[in-house]
Design a protein around this ligand. Structure first.
Ligand code: 7RM
Length: 658
């Protein structure tokens, strides 16, 4: 556990609304067609939760059925032990075999406006060919493959091809830097890297290949680099190492039998920020993961695969994209929209024009996006016919009731249930969420744990809280849970299972109201949430102290109207170094280069010293208070209270604003 974990703070907005929360029951209109309109699934799961998950697993195709549903040796779970299946078969072949070859898997739209329509039949062909390309490059079952691509169709193709041959993938978000990519390649010991010449973002080409080259220069495990042509940027191709995707695909054999994978074989690694500087390689396996992502995708979004057009606007580089752009929707035979670029290119109505054009019925996005749209104004959504929408989803951070209501009213036309879905990279799939045809909604609440999921709020000592605030814990294993941290089982136990006995601690605070509704209150550890993306304070701090001018740094997340939190860095320079706006800008750039733009501090505050406890721990809570401009309260545990005054003064006079 991080050293300065503290009790969760309540969200003032929720507090204020608590007594007079609006409740929104499912409409009769919605219920008419909904998959679930009552408590039947909850009742079934309460009877026998393992049997419940086994029945959900039967929605998939298995080569061999399992012998044991769950083997639980806390904190290590194995689901569907003895079962064998292939994820790409379940996402592709079985739909094509069922006559759905011509169903659209992805309506893809590039940022410049180019489009591609990819059917299940076409996707299966591409995946088989690329699976053979990977084999031709020497990739064998069990080998790790790194993927660093923009939001183009080749990204799901590459992931599914890996799944087909049993090679775990490790996708690195295209916004991460060369160094971040290098560290992830090295940790995974990947043999092959798949990247592109670039990707389009707000009208400019992002130089992915340049980053990839810099990463691979220091990552000797990589033997081959496959490069997708996207922006047509002139990129150097290293002889013997780099090959074009289209050249390899042109010669690839079109049939590739899927590997029979064990239910517990590794499907992928996804690196996520924790409370230390080193990102954790979260391990997800095959059978349990696919079972829960398919189940949740179907029931949380009330998916009617034959008629719905589903759009998850996340990036596949994050877990939301893995589970709810690739594996969940494809396992369910859904038709999805996939979009490459930013919401404001060429104008601020891009999303709404996409919804209108494709007749999107289900939209899944993050509160930070919603708050941005609120800021831009209702004229953008109002200019488009969005009457096709019927379900709205939210993910990534707490959604404040105001944003919830705006989403409900201005995007959903007061007609579409909003499902606020709480989950994590570690949980693999949605854990707490309404079922839109059955659950009475409260704006700002993720409502209840899904059928088969057991969540409890506990106090400091681990005692169950029936009403009020505390720590969110999970009390039973679930099929899509992480199987560990790659290469570090002890860190897995320590990070998630040591704070409270027999419980998984998620790092979030939560509050229960008198109706048993869960209200998520944000992180209670050293993890920030910037636009729904997890960023570790420690990781940013070590990037800062890596700069030659910096003696010490402390980083906190402060409230931000749009991004949820914004990064504030308190920096002490080495002797002889002078603070200046230019130096602040240089440090922000340095963090961008070390980690990526998502980790760039919004504000750098120079200070002669940092507030510390007597034992030498930096008092982040106090810095957060300074940053939030709140009263400081008791500072008697400070080594030098004058420091606080100094920081407070600096915080108000010389922040380097973005
Ligand atoms: C899916 C994803 C996980 C962290 C998690 C929370 C926060 C996510 C919600 C939420 C309140 C939500 N994975 N979080 N969803 N907080 N309400 N509906 O975001 O690993 O990147 O982040 O995100 O703090 O612990 S993640």
């Amino acid at each position: 556990m991080p050293s300065d974990t503290e009790p969760p703070e309540d969200r003032a907005a929720i507090e204020a609304l608590f007594d007079e929360v609006r409740t929104i029951p499912p409409s009769d209109e919605f219920k008419k067609r909904a998959l679930i309109t009552d408590t039947s699934l909850y009742d079934e799961a309460n009877q026998d939760w393992q049997g419940f998950w086994a029945r959900q697993a039967l929605a998939l195709d298995w080569y061999d059925e399992w012998d044991t549903i769950l083997e639980w040796k806390l904190p290590f779970a194995q689901w569907f032990v003895g079962g064998t299946l292939n994820v790409s078969h379940n996402c592709l072949d079985r739909h094509v075999a069922n006559g759905l070859a011509d169903r659209v898997a992805y309506h893809w739209e590039g940022e410049p406006g180019d489009t591609r329509t990819i059917t299940y039949g076409e996707l299966l062909n591409e995946v088989q060919k690329f699976a053979n390309v990977l084999k031709g490059l020497g990739v064998e079952r069990g080998d790790r493959v790194n993927i660093y691509l923009p939001m183009i169709p080749e990204l799901p193709v590459a992931m599914l091809a890996c799944a087909r041959i049993g090679a775990p993938h490790s996708v690195v978000f295209g916004g991460f830097s060369a160094e971040a990519l290098r560290d992830r390649i090295l940790d995974a010991q990947a043999k092959v890297l798949i990247t592109a010449d670039g990707g389009w973002r707000r009208g400019s080409a992002v130089p992915l290949k340049v980053n990839a080259d810099n990463a691979v220069a220091e990552a000797p495990t990589i033997e081959h680099v496959v490069v997708v042509r996207r922006t047509e940027a002139d990129v150097p191709m290293q002889d013997g190492r780099d090959q074009w995707w289209h050249d390899l695909m042109a010669d690839a054999f079109p049939r590739c039998e899927p590997e029979r994978m064990d239910a517990e074989d590794l499907l992928y690694l996804l690196y996520t920020s924790g409370t230390t500087a080193k990102p954790k390689g979260i391990m997800h396996t095959t059978g349990g993961y696919l079972t829960q992502v398919a189940f949740t995708h179907k029931y949380v979004f009330d998916l009617h695969a034959d008629t719905d057009v589903y759009w998850c606007a996340a990036d596949i580089g994050w877990v939301t994209g893995h589970s709810y752009i690739v594996y969940g929707p494809l396992a369910n035979g859904a038709t999805s929209v996939m979009y490459e670029g930013t919401p404001d290119f060429p104008d601020k109505d891009r999303w709404w024009s996409i919804i209108e054009r494709y007749g999107v019925t289900i939209l899944y996005c993050a509160p930070t996006g919603i708050r941005t749209f609120m800021k831009w104004g209702t004229q953008y959504p109002e200019a488009h016919d969005m009457s096709s929408l019927r379900v709205l989803g939210s993910v990534g951070e707490p959604i404040n009731p105001e944003a919830w209501m705006w989403y409900w009213e201005h995007i959903g036309g007061g007609r579409c249930p909003v499902v606020d879905t709480w989950w994590q990279t570690e949980t693999g799939a949605i854990m707490i969420s309404p079922l839109p045809g059955a659950t009475t909604l409260k704006p700002g609440s993720a409502t209840f744990p899904l059928p088969g999921i057991a969540a409890e709020v506990v106090d400091e000592k681990g005692n169950k809280v029936e009403l009020g605030g505390g720590y969110l814990t999970l009390t039973r294993p679930w099929p899509s849970m992480l199987r560990g941290i790659y290469g570090d089982p002890e860190r897995y136990r320590e990070t998630y299972w040591s704070r409270f006995e027999d419980r998984y601690f998620a790092g979030d605070g939560a509050k229960l109201d008198d109706g048993g509704y869960f209200w998520l209150l944000g992180r209670v550890d050293d993890v920030m949430n910037i636009s729904g993306h997890r960023v570790s304070t420690t990781e940013v701090e070590s990037a800062l102290v890596d700069h030659p001018s910096v003696a010490e740094a402390a980083v906190v997340g402060t409230k931000d109207e749009t991004t949820g939190q914004a990064i504030i860095a308190f920096v002490t320079l080495k002797g002889g170094q002078e603070p200046s706006d230019e130096r602040g800008e240089e440090l922000r750039k340095h963090v961008t280069a070390k980690i990526g733009a998502i980790a760039r501090p919004k504000t750098v505050i120079f200070t002669d010293d940092l507030p510390k406890t007597r034992s030498g721990k930096i008092m982040r809570r106090l810095l957060r208070d300074v940053a939030d401009g709140r009263d400081l309260g008791d500072t008697t545990t400070l080594a030098d209270p004058a420091v606080v005054e100094e920081i407070k003064r600096r915080a108000t006079v010389s922040p380097t604003e973005e």
